[in-house]
Design a protein around this ligand. Structure first.
Ligand SMILES: [Zn+2]
Ligand SMILES: [Zn+2]
Length: 209
């Protein structure tokens, strides 16, 4: 006599509906001693309190690896809103947030992951410059060969445009040291000097003239 198929583990709304482990996850570092919540609530047509919940990485990996985002992985309930968007509620260390367009975030991540390594390094460099983290930004220029004239994803601005608009002398000097092109134009047709003047920057125009 064949053995009965084992019943799937019982789902509790405290658990992830993919890996069936607790949504309360251990803190990443030693400092925060209490457990954190990592919860994505999918509005899978069950209505509260019966919606299914997931770890952020479980549900995003599921969709990225080809899972049908229109359906809940557990109950197969319809998971998109009237406009076809995958809207979820998120609770994690950043707080509680409703109405998060997870499909949009996943699409952006898929795009980023499909880009070459050089593109990712450029975006990291631009992010560091925006945060005035010069030591790390310089490391990428010096050791990783990042193009100092690379541009942000929209608007065509370089790190030099950004530093110019922040009237950031240290940033501008660093970029010029690495050969930033003062004449490079953004999509509005502005060079860094024009961008600096537009925001009435006081210090950097002398470096850019
Ligand atoms: Zn999980
Ligand atoms: Zn469900």
């Amino acid at each position: 006599m064949p053995l009965p198929t084992p019943a799937p583990p019982a789902y509790s709304p405290e658990d992830c509906a993919i890996c069936f482990e607790s949504l309360h996850v251990a803190p990443r570092d030693e400092e925060g001693s209490s457990y954190m919540i990592d919860d994505v609530e999918l509005y899978c047509n069950n209505g509260r309190p019966n919606n299914h919940h997931f770890h952020w990485s479980c549900i995003t990996d599921y969709v990225k690896s080809g899972g049908d985002r229109a359906k809940c992985p557990l109950c197969r309930g319809h998971a998109l809103d009237a406009r076809g968007r995958m809207i979820v509620g998120v609770t994690n260390e950043g707080g509680v947030q409703g109405g998060v367009d997870l499909g949009d975030i996943i699409d952006e991540e898929i795009f980023e992951e499909s880009q070459p390594e050089s593109w990712r390094l450029e975006q990291a460099f631009l992010g560091l410059m925006a945060q005035c983290d010069y030591a790390e930004a310089e490391e990428l220029l010096r050791d990783r060969g990042v193009d100092v004239n690379c541009t942000y994803p929209t608007g065509g601005q370089t790190a030099l445009h950004m530093a110019a608009m922040n009237d950031d002398v240290e940033g501008v000097e660093l970029l010029l040291r690495y050969g930033a092109d003062k004449a490079q134009l953004d999509e509005a047709g502005w060079d860094a000097l024009r961008a600096a003047r537009e925001v009435a920057a006081k210090e950097v125009p002398r470096l850019l003239a």
